[in-house]
Design a binder for this molecule. Structure first.
Ligand code: BGC
Length: 526
């Protein structure tokens, strides 16, 4: 099974979760109940945020029994400020495409990138790891030859003939150095034997040597870390890098005094890969429904990454499909008739949700086209189409609100006494027992926050969050729904202080920056 997600961009418009007046009583009742189940209230978000922060702290303290968050120190200490220069190879593996890039960092917050994508077939996603690594090595060789890379190198790091490469590997890896890390588990449909428990850098370096490709793997980074570094290159002091795409995850800057798993840190800060897709895998806090449970049970990694399965592009379509079938079976949709296509696992892609949510026409004919052409549902009424759209809105909105929760939790951790943003005087300030900034403000009707202008006047940087991933970039209303959730959790001035920005090509540029950090800096190790 594999799924990538590239939905169509869409205009914004207002939307409603209220059942429609033309629906039958039974339709209104069942859809009203579904709306209830899929809505995540501010107080639920609050509870989830508090538990998330507790789990972050447990992970940082090395108490893996009390947390599902791996909180992996990445050995990337320090963030770029846009002055860095040099050319590096970058590799990006995390889904159905492998991308090989040459990144030229120009030193003025700008860069140039050439890249080539190679399809990772379904077979390779399950093949032995040595086969996957050989494929990667050969793809790198193909890129170097076809792009005449040697002639494009503008400034060769350390004058060596060997090309330095940064590897963005978007799976959970525990790192022991910036260029060493062991795969914890596969996610997003990959299951290659021979990789879990082994060092990914070593596996790739061996494949490069085996295939006589003169490239040195200098750094290994998660895509969230790459995104954070790449966004810092444009916006120094970026605090979070997050992915909302086929999968989801976040990385942020931690004060090393807060990382109890590291002894005698020599740097003040370090980027932590949270691996938040695995948050609350035992479902103690998350509002999981029978539709989520069904998806999880039938996935190739049941019982893990439950949070990711409620949020990311690989899974949203399948949750929606489960709900549609549930409605069909009660004769509340399509007059009780499904199609062979809709009955198939994973057949309802998240990109259809994106297209469906962007249809603002009255008759919803574009939705009819998807139902007919892509899903073989030829008999569908306008009410059917309204119901399909309504279901997509429930699933899409919940995903955005849960994404906001994780982001808000990381910002609160940053503002806490041990966190990296503490003492910087941000107006979004937590004091003990005062977790609920947003709800306190709402309840008391008082505004304890100041605007960005005053933040800037105080000499403070806004809190930048660099985000990559097709769900954030293209799913209708995702950003707006996320900002709504963030505001409920962090207060009414959040929009001015917390700046969400798209970090395009985070994986490529970030990997290049990591290679630069690794080859020019002393590498910090345990
Ligand atoms: C992986 C993370 C990755 C995220 C986004 C998750 O499935 O575990 O390492 O950052 O997907 O690509």
């Amino acid at each position: 099974m594999s799924a990538s997600f590239t939905p169509t961009p869409t205009p914004t418009h207002t939307h409603t979760n209220k059942p429609h007046s033309r629906w039958s009583d039974k339709q209104s009742k069942v859809l009203g109940d579904l709306a209830e189940e899929f809505s995540v209230s501010t107080s639920q978000l609050e509870r989830l945020t508090t538990a998330f922060i507790d789990q972050m702290q447990a992970g940082l303290a090395g108490d893996q029994k009390s947390t599902d968050l791996a909180m992996i120190p990445t050995f990337v200490s320090g963030r770029p400020d846009g002055h860095e220069r040099g050319s590096y190879l970058a590799l990006d593996l995390g889904g159905t495409n492998l991308r090989v890039c040459l990144i030229a960092l120009k030193g003025n917050n700008d860069f140039e990138s050439h890249s080539k994508a190679f399809k990772v077939s379904d077979h390779l996603q399950e093949a032995h790891i040595s086969e996957l690594m050989d494929f990667i090595a050969i793809s790198i060789r193909d890129f170097i030859t076809s792009e005449h890379i040697s002639s494009k190198i503008v400034e060769h790091p350390s004058g060596s003939e060997t090309l330095e490469l940064g590897f963005t590997f978007s799976f959970p890896v525990t790192q022991t150095a910036i260029d060493a890390g062991m795969l914890l588990r596969w996610t997003k449909g990959f299951s290659c034997p021979g990789a879990v428990g082994n060092d990914i850098v070593q596996l790739l370096q061996e494949a490069l040597n085996r295939n006589e490709v003169n490239v040195h793997v200098a750094a290994l980074v998660n895509d969230t870390v790459g995104t954070l570094l790449a966004h810092s290159y444009k916006h120094p002091n970026t605090f979070i890098g997050a992915i909302f795409g086929t999968g989801t995850n976040g990385a942020y800057v931690e004060d090393t005094r807060g990382i109890k798993t590291m002894t005698t840190p020599t740097t003040e800060e370090m980027i932590i890969n949270i691996e938040w897709g695995n948050y609350d895998k035992d479902k103690r806090f998350l509002p999981v429904t029978i539709f989520d449970n069904k998806l999880d049970r039938e996935s190739i990694n049941p019982g893990v990454h439950v949070f990711e399965k409620m949020i990311s592009g690989m899974y949203l379509g399948e949750i929606t499909r489960n709900i549609l079938l549930h409605l069909i079976d009660q004769r509340l949709l399509f007059d009780g008739t499904s199609s062979a296509k809709l009955n198939q696992h994973w057949s309802f892609e998240t990109k259809y949700m994106s297209q469906i949510e962007s249809d603002t026409s009255v008759t919803l004919i574009p939705i009819a086209q998807i139902l007919e052409q892509d899903l073989g549902i030829y008999l569908n009424t306008q009410v059917d189409r309204e119901i399909v759209k309504f279901v997509c809105q429930l699933v899409g909105k919940r995903a955005a609100r849960l994404s906001a929760m994780a982001t808000a939790a990381v910002i609160r951790r940053g503002l806490s006494v041990e966190g990296r943003l503490a003492g910087h005087g941000y107006p979004l300030k937590l004091s003990q027992g005062d977790h609920a900034i947003g709800s306190n403000v709402n309840k008391n009707g008082t505004n304890v926050h100041e605007s960005t202008d005053s933040v800037v006047n105080q000499g403070l940087q806004p809190i930048h969050v660099g985000i990559d991933g097709s769900v954030f970039e293209h799913y209708p209303h995702f950003e707006e729904r996320m900002v709504e959730g963030l505001t409920e959790l962090l207060g009414p001035r959040t929009k001015d202080i917390v700046v969400l920005g798209i970090a395009r090509d985070g994986s490529g540029v970030g990997a290049a920056l990591a290679a630069l950090i690794a080859t020019k800096n002393v590498v910090y190790s345990r």
